[in-house]
Write a protein that binds this ligand. Structure first.
Ligand code: HEC
Ligand code: HEC
Length: 385
């Protein structure tokens, strides 16, 4: 049931987001440019959306969504078969996994076609999407104990599939049920084995002591045999017949998860744990070198175009005389010549250039505006220092 609930929650939140959006568009609450609408205060000059069934604070929500989020499946009740497709138990011991197979080679082709745009070349990540590999999983596993709190300048743990995940089967399930986002459930069983094989390959994982190479073909049986580097890194051990008891014993002792019950004998819903977890705040923790963002300004640096394309104008209208001294003009790059020119003061220089002087035709014969002409002069001087 875990998968089912997860999907339903995702669908419901997407539906809610759509509802908010269509609420904006449907004219239910047009912006009025007032600080209050219908007597209610607006937020940041925004629009007040009426509260429906007291369910969603200031946002207007499609009442059909709010009635029962669990009924939403692309806006309708899922059919019995749809429920069945999501409702499955896939266990690390192989229970629930279908037979099938796929090669690293096929997986690579599928990856290039359906995954690389988000997860990057060889699973390198980037663009806000998670990396699926960062090199050799066995080596990277060693980084998991790197502690940023004790060693602020050191590297933190690298958590990718190869270094962190305990079971290959979880990867298979994740890909089959969740990827390629947002077209989940479009991969066949064999394609899922192939993609899993490819991701094992780029994480440099071994099968029976041998590196998983391009020729490797993964099937259900082999998948269960592969032991990932961090297989034993998780507590409690949820595998096997003692799994449920392990979990119970683990949570019975608050020391295992860094929290002590105020009153261990009592059932409790509020303020149950002693505040044992250590929280570090930036102020007061002795971190003095915390730097605020460099600037709150979001504008991009000036480009050639935004200063009128001075370089381009120079090349088109001035270079034929100003590249060297052969035309009797001060050459761009000749600091001494330009120092003599600018010694007159820039007002005079602009004036002479715009109106012409000696061998210098007005504006060099160009039809630049005064402002653009001046920016070309500035450009030429900046190149002559
Ligand atoms: C449109 C972008 C997109 C595409 C295409 C895509 N993914 Fe993902 N993938 C994501 C996002 C976003 C997440 C993180 C989801 C989360 O953390 O809830 C993710 C997570 C994953 C993870 C889990 C990573 C981890 O360590 O937590 C795996 C494995 C994965 N994707 C495999 C694939 C495979 C295989 C394909 C191609 C069949 C694919 N993805 C295609 C966006 C994408
Ligand atoms: C036909 C050749 C020619 C072209 C084209 C030309 N210049 Fe000139 N420019 C000259 C000459 C020759 C001088 C030197 C005039 C002098 O001796 O007083 C000069 C001088 C100048 C000066 C110095 C004025 C001063 O006060 O001494 C500036 C500034 C200048 N040019 C800018 C430009 C710009 C900008 C362009 C292009 C838009 C341009 N020129 C195109 C020939 C040219």
């Amino acid at each position: 049931m875990f998968n089912l609930d997860r999907k339903l929650i995702i669908s419901a939140s997407v539906a809610a987001a759509v509802a908010v959006f269509s609420g904006c568009m449907s004219g239910n609450a047009e912006p009025k440019g007032e600080s209050t609408v219908n007597g209610k205060p607006t937020i940041d000059g925004g629009v007040y959306y009426p509260v429906v069934n007291d369910k969603t604070g200031p946002y207007y929500v499609n009442p059909q969504v709010a009635i029962d989020a669990k009924k939403i499946y692309n806006g309708r009740v899922p059919t019995a078969n749809e429920l069945k497709a999501w409702d499955k138990d896939l266990m690390p011991d192989g229970t629930g996994y279908p037979e099938g197979e796929g090669s690293v080679e096929d997986g690579e082709a599928l990856y290039e076609a359906q995954c690389v745009m988000c997860h990057g070349d060889f699973g390198s990540g980037g663009g806000g999407y998670p990396a699926l590999a960062k090199g050799n999983g066995y080596e990277l596993k060693k980084t998991l104990t790197n502690n940023r709190y004790k060693n602020a300048d050191g590297d933190g743990p690298v958590r990718v599939f190869g270094s962190y995940w305990p079971k290959v089967s979880t990867l298979w399930w994740y890909i089959q049920d969740g990827m390629p986002h947002p077209m989940s459930k479009t991969l066949t069983v064999d394609e899922t084995y192939a993609l899993t094989a490819y991701i094992l390959n780029i994480n440099e994982i071994e099968y029976e002591g041998e590196p998983i190479d391009e020729e490797f073909v993964l099937d259900r049986e082999k998948m269960m045999k592969i032991v990932l580097p961090n297989n034993d890194g998780f507590i409690p051990n949820i595998d096997g017949p003692t799994g449920p008891d392990d979990v119970r014993a683990f949570y019975a002792d608050p020391n295992n998860f860094g929290a002590k019950k105020v009153n261990p004998a009592e059932r409790c819903m509020k303020d149950c744990l002693e505040p044992t977890a250590k929280v570090t705040y930036i102020a007061g923790a002795g971190i003095s070198e915390f730097l605020p963002p460099m600037a709150t300004e979001r504008s991009l640096p000036k480009t050639e175009e935004s200063n009128g394309g001075a370089k381009k104008h120079y090349e088109e209208a001035c270079m034929m005389c100003h590249a060297d001294t052969s035309m009797g003009a001060p050459a761009v790059g000749d600091a001494k010549a330009w120092a003599a020119v600018t010694a007159k003061g820039m007002d005079a220089v602009y004036h002479n250039g715009i109106n012409g002087i000696n061998g210098m035709p007005p504006k060099g014969g160009s039809d630049l505006s005064d402002a653009d002409f001046k920016s070309v002069v500035d450009y030429m001087i900046s190149q002559s220092k």
